[in-house]
Unconditional design. Structure first.
Lengths: 81, 275
């Protein structure tokens, strides 16, 4: 493990996670969540778990972001109740 | 209430960090995880299954029963999305719109009238927007390569990272990309809802069927070495081939489920207008 890269990615993971919680816009939150997944994928590959990293990249950063965006597009500005 | 929640989260986080200090160090050879089973997998998996990628050997062979139910979880996720979101009740639209593909002329048919299916006209929605030409063309060029890579990931899972799950997700993503760049209607026309539902079940069936075949040949469930007689190879190569069979099953199930979930979520179960 190269510790400067490790530290930088860990910081970005925390920043992306807090950002996804804090941001008001749902679309922005889902994009931030995708970037969080991608940072986790880099972290897995640094630790040598390449299979897990591959799954994280395809499922977490790829398809689930699309699902989130699709779900956000079906929401409305004001709640019905 | 917000402050109470914040305190609970902070305390739980502090406990987790405190507990993490008791973990064995990263890549510690004396830790319990790497003294009990791991040496056997690392030393013996190549001569027992002839699969160089230990992760694939463990997932699909040593812990094949576990992976079978993971595939079932994926399958049930797709089925649950279908039952929750799909609106099966046919609510007839006021009037139908048909667009001539070559000229772009749109005609409106009043309630109750239908156009006979033809290649010249496509049915569109009232809120239809033309898909962007650049995006459409770029995706049309990209999609075959994505699908080829996905097949490579499934077939090469024995030797490199990857396997049925990742390959299936990438295959599903290529179809989702098509649905985003064109529209949901043309994606569903190419891959109908019925086909997706059947593929979803067929994937799980291939996995369980491989296990049941071993059972029929008087061995344990998912013990692929007994397939040697059927495949005409030695028992060790038979285990490698058995892993490939279940990986293909996982790939088909995951591919169909991803498309199924996307179709239902993006159109809110109506299958008309996608994203």
């Amino acid at each position: 493990m190269i510790w400067p890269i490790d530290l930088a990615i860990l910081t970005l993971v925390v920043v992306a996670a807090i950002g996804a919680l804090m941001v008001k816009d749902l679309l922005g939150a889902s994009v931030l969540f995708g970037s969080y997944s991608f940072m986790m994928c880099l972290l897995w590959s640094i630790m040598g778990a390449v299979d897990v990293a591959f799954t994280e990249a395809s499922v977490g950063a790829g398809v689930s972001t699309v699902f989130f965006v699709a779900a956000v597009f079906r929401t409305t500005r004001r709640t019905r109740d | 209430m917000k402050i109470v929640g914040l305190i609970i989260v902070a305390v739980t986080g502090a406990f987790l960090i405190y507990a993490a200090a008791d973990f064995p160090a990263w890549s510690d050879p004396a830790s319990p995880a790497s003294t009990y089973l791991s040496p056997h997998f690392i030393e013996k998996s190549m001569e027992e299954t002839s699969v160089p990628n230990i992760v694939t050997a463990v997932l699909a062979d040593y812990r094949g029963f576990d992976t079978m139910f993971e595939t079932t979880v994926i399958f049930s996720a797709g089925v649950v999305c279908f039952f929750l979101l799909r609106i099966s009740r046919r609510e007839e639209p006021e009037s139908r719109y048909y667009r001539h593909v070559l000229t772009g002329v749109t005609i409106q048919l009043k309630e109750g009238y239908k156009m006979p299916p033809s290649d010249d006209f496509e049915q569109i929605d009232a809120a239809w927007t033309p898909p962007d030409l650049i995006v459409k063309t770029a995706c049309r060029i990209l999609i075959p390569f994505i699908q080829l890579f996905a097949l490579y990931v499934i077939a090469h899972g024995h030797h490199s990272p990857g396997g049925g799950f990742q390959g299936g997700v990438i295959l599903g993503a290529s179809v989702i990309l098509f649905a985003i760049s064109h529209d949901l209607r043309s994606a569903v026309r190419r891959m109908s809802e019925k086909l997706i539902a059947i593929l979803c079940a067929v994937g799980v069936l291939i996995y369980a069927g491989t296990g049941a075949l071993c059972l029929l040949l008087k061995q344990n469930f998912l013990d692929y070495s007994v397939l040697a007689g059927v495949l005409h190879v030695d028992p060790i190569t038979a285990r490698s081939h058995g892993i490939l069979m279940v990986e293909i099953g996982v790939g088909i199930a995951v591919l169909a489920t991803m498309i199924w979930i996307y179709n239902n979520v993006s159109s809110a179960g109506r299958y008309r207008q996608g994203l």
